[in-house]
Design a protein around this ligand. Structure first.
Ligand code: PEP
Length: 248
C-alpha cells in the first residue's frame, strides 16, 4: 500500500527569513505525521533547504529542471546541479510552465528523463483546461500528456510521481469534486498499469486548490495518493492540518 505523499509547491514565493520561519513551524508540528512530506521551493532556496531539512522528515525538491545537461542555456538549472543540493523531487510540466513558457508534452517528458537519470523523482503534472473539460476532452488530454512521459521513460515509469492538476482548479479556489478527481486518477492508474507491471508503486497526487477543508474527502478516494498543494502550503497551520489528515 502507498503511504500518502503531500507536497507543497511554494511557486515564486518566499525569502530567507520567511522560509526559515515557515520550515521551523512545520518541523515543530511533525511529531504525529506519518505521511510522506516534501516542499518544492524556488531553486535559489535549495541550499537553504539542504541546511534546514537534511535528516528531517520533510523532503525537498525543485519546481523545474532544464531539458539540457549543461552549456549555453542562460537561466536554466540542470538536473546535476539539483543533485548537488540532494533534492529528492522535481516538479515537471506544471500548468504554469506549460502556459507561460509554452512547455510541450515532449519537453516535459525529456525533463522527467533528466530528473530520473540524476536520481531525482519527477512529479509530472497533467491536467485539462476549463475549455477542454467542457469539450469532453479531459481523459484524452491527460492521457496524451502522460503518454509522452511513458514513451520517453520506458521501464523507469514506475519511479515517477504523477500529479493530476486540472488547470481550472490551480490557484483559482475551484476544486475538482472527489468524484471528478477519482475518475481521472483511475484513468491515469490504468494507463500506468498498461505500461508497467510496477505501476502500483506510482503515487498519483491531486492538485488544485486543495486546502484544510477539502483535503479529507479528496484523500479518501482510492486512487488519490496525496496532494500537490500551492497556496495552502505557505501557511504552516493549514499545511500541517492537511498533513494530519493524510496521516490518518
Ligand atoms: C499548484 O501550484 O500546484 C497548486 C495546486 O496550487 P493551488 O493549491 O494554489 O491551487
Amino acid at each position: 500500500m502507498r503511504s500518502k505523499l503531500m507536497v507543497g509547491n511554494w511557486k515564486m514565493n518566499g525569502s530567507l527569513a520567511a522560509n526559515a520561519s515557515l520550515v521551523a513551524e512545520l518541523l515543530s508540528g511533525m511529531s504525529a505525521i506519518t505521511c510522506r512530506v516534501a516542499v518544492c521551493v524556488p531553486s535559489a532556496y535549495l541550499a537553504q533547504m539542504q541546511v534546514l531539512l537534511s535528516g528531517s522528515p520533510i523532503g525537498y525538491g525543485a519546481q523545474d529542471v532544464s531539458d539540457h545537461a549543461s552549456g549555453a542555456y542562460t537561466g536554466e538549472v540542470s538536473a546535476s546541479m539539483l543533485q548537488d543540493f540532494a533534492v529528492r523531487y522535481c516538479i515537471v510540466g506544471h500548468s504554469e510552465r506549460r502556459l507561460y513558457h509554452a512547455e510541450s508534452d515532449v519537453l516535459v517528458a525529456v525533463k522527467a528523463q533528466r530528473a530520473l537519470a540524476a536520481g531525482i523523482t519527477p512529479i509530472v503534472c497533467v491536467g485539462e483546461t476549463q475549455a477542454e473539460r467542457e469539450a469532453g476532452q479531459t481523459e484524452a488530454v491527460v492521457k496524451r500528456q502522460l503518454a509522452a512521459v511513458i514513451h520517453a521513460n520506458g521501464h523507469c515509469i514506475s519511479e515517477i510521481v504523477v500529479a493530476y492538476e486540472p488547470v481550472w482548479a490551480v490557484g483559482t479556489g475551484l476544486t475538482a469534486t472527489p468524484e471528478q478527481a477519482q475518475q481521472v486518477h483511475a484513468v491515469l492508474r490504468a494507463q500506468l498499469q498498461a505500461a508497467s507491471s510496477h505501476a502500483d508503486r506510482v503515487s498519483i497526487l491531486y492538485g488544485g486548490s486543495m486546502n484544510a477543508g477539502n483535503a479529507a474527502q479528496l484523500l479518501a478516494q482510492p486512487d488519490v495518493d496525496g496532494g500537490l498543494i500551492g497556496g495552502a502550503a505557505l501557511k504552516a497551520p493549514d499545511f500541517l492540518s492537511m498533513l494530519k489528515t493524510a496521516s490518518r
